[in-house]
Design a protein around this ligand. Structure first.
Ligand SMILES: [Zn+2]
Length: 141
C-alpha cells in the first residue's frame, strides 16, 4: 500500500509497521518489546568476481544493537547453486537473519514485522531499490 504522504511508502495493519525512505527507516508500534524506530542501512559485497546477488540490511534502533538481515531477489535455484541451504533459500526473499552474526534477543520478533513489509512481492526490496544498488556497486569496479 502506498500512502499519500510521500515519506511513508509502506504501511501494514493499523499503520503500526511502516517503512519510510530518505532516510530508510522502519517503525514498529505494536506495543511489543521490539517496538522502535530502526534505521536501515543496505550493504553489498564489493568483490567483482562474486555474483552473490545478496543485499545485507542492518536494522538498528540504538547504538551497539544491530540486526543483520540477508535479502535476495533471484530465484531459489540461483541461491541453491550458491551454497545456501533449502531452508535459508526460503527465507531470503523475505529476509534471512544472518546466522553468522550474534543477533539481539528480539531479532526473531523484529523479523515478523520486517517480513510483513516485505510482503508477497518483496515490497521493501523494491522500495529500497536493493537490486539496483547491488548492480551499481557491482558495475562501479
Ligand atoms: Zn558477492
Amino acid at each position: 500500500m502506498i500512502a499519500n504522504d510521500d515519506r511513508v511508502f509502506l504501511k501494514e495493519g493499523m499503520n503500526t509497521v511502516t517503512l519510510s525512505l530518505d532516510p530508510p527507516t522502519l517503525t514498529i508500534r505494536e506495543g511489543v518489546e521490539c517496538d522502535g524506530i530502526y534505521k536501515l542501512i543496505d550493504l553489498y559485497c564489493d568483490n567483482k568476481k562474486c555474483d552473490c546477488e545478496i543485499g545485507v540490511l542492518i536494522a538498528s534502533r540504538q547504538k551497539n544493537e544491530e540486526i543483520v538481515i540477508k535479502v535476495g531477489w533471484q530465484s531459489p535455484s540461483y541461491y541453491m547453486n550458491h551454497g545456501f541451504s533449502s531452508r535459508d533459500v526460503r527465507f531470503l526473499h523475505y529476509g534471512l537473519l544472518d546466522p553468522q552474526v550474534n543477533q539481539p534477543a528480539y531479532a526473531q520478533w523484529f523479523m515478523k514485522y520486517f517480513r510483513q513489509l516485505m510482503g508477497k512481492d518483496q515490497s521493501l526490496t523494491k522500495y529500497m531499490r536493493l537490486r539496483y544498488h547491488y548492480t551499481k556497486i557491482y558495475e562501479s569496479h
